[in-house]
Design a protein around this ligand. Structure first.
Ligand SMILES: [Zn+2]
Length: 287
């Protein structure tokens, strides 16, 4: 297992904002100190504008250089464009490692799955997972399947991937939570599985299983996982009911698929985030 990390990703924050540097810093500390999972470390690749333009508009790239908040949840920070670009670079590096036979997890911030083709929103600036999938497709590595188990709908990933041949997207999310999209499938390749907030754990697991099977039915040669850990029962931002063993199960599914797989960190705001990530990775590694 390789973790892709650039320590600069903890260098920005806004007091009181839930998407804190400690999410990544504490997770990296746990992964470095634990002994049950052998880990290698890697850095993001450099990302050129051409790669960003696979999923975003030129207007969005220009907007990223304007020093003004993007929405109430999504502040401008010094060098946020560079931070967001390095998150994309980490997703692409993880994708490349997966293709070379090495499972890889991009442990970075900002997250990406709410960033749409034309706009930043919901703590997200560039749509890292969508861009990694589109880059893989452009290199002839598809079909690519993207699985998003963050408690919030991956509207940005969907916006960048809808209608794209050779790429399928599935999201399992709390249907009555932010951003409110993802109530039904979109086009031929975006599969949405909304779950009402507070649903029993078995309902969540059933939705996850169904979405995962729909993706496997597309016979992908590469799988990207948008790994958000905020469907956890103790997460402060939503009303999911998953437990740490469920994230381990999701890792086990990745392994059992036999398909090269990479993952990127999306949300996850509880103090247990490091432990949830570790269990996901342990399941993926065969535990
Ligand atoms: Zn989320």
């Amino acid at each position: 297992m390789t973790i892709v990390l650039d320590p600069r990703c903890t260098a920005y924050h806004q007091p009181g904002h839930p998407e804190k540097p400690n999410r990544v810093a504490r997770t990296a500390d746990l992964l470095k100190s634990q002994k049950s999972l052998p880990i290698r470390w890697a850095e993001p690749v450099e990302v050129a504008d051409a790669l960003l333009l696979l999923g975003h508009s030129p207007a969005h790239l220009a907007r990223m250089k304007v020093e003004a908040p993007f929405d109430a949840d999504t502040p401008w920070h010094p060098d946020i464009e560079g931070h967001a670009r390095r998150s994309v670079g980490a997703a692409v590096r993880a994708m490349e490692l997966a293709v070379s036979g090495e499972p890889a997890f991009a442990l970075m911030r900002p997250p990406g799955h709410h960033a749409e083709r034309h706009r930043a929103m919901g703590f997200c600036y560039y749509s890292s997972m969508a861009l990694a999938a589109l880059e893989a497709k452009s290199r002839g590595l598809g079909p690519v399947a993207v699985f998003d188990f963050d408690v919030h709908h991956g509207n940005g990933t969907e916006d960048c991937l809808k209608g794209v041949d050779g790429v399928a997207f599935a999201s399992v999310h709390q249907g009555d939570a932010y951003p409110g999209t993802g109530q039904a499938d979109v086009g031929p390749n975006c599969f949405n599985h909304p779950v009402p907030g507070g649903s029993p754990r078995t309902t969540w697991r059933w939705a996850l299983e169904k979405a995962w099977q729909r993706l496997l039915a597309t016979r992908p040669r590469l799988i990207g996982i948008s790994a958000g850990f905020d469907a956890y029962s103790k997460d402060p931002l939503a009303n999911g009911t998953l437990e740490r063993e469920d994230f381990q199960m999701l890792g086990q599914w990745a392994r059992a698929s036999g398909v090269p797989t990479f993952a990127v960190l999306e949300g996850g705001y509880s103090l247990d985030l490091p432990d949830l990530v570790l269990h996901f990775l342990l399941g993926w590694e065969g535990g």
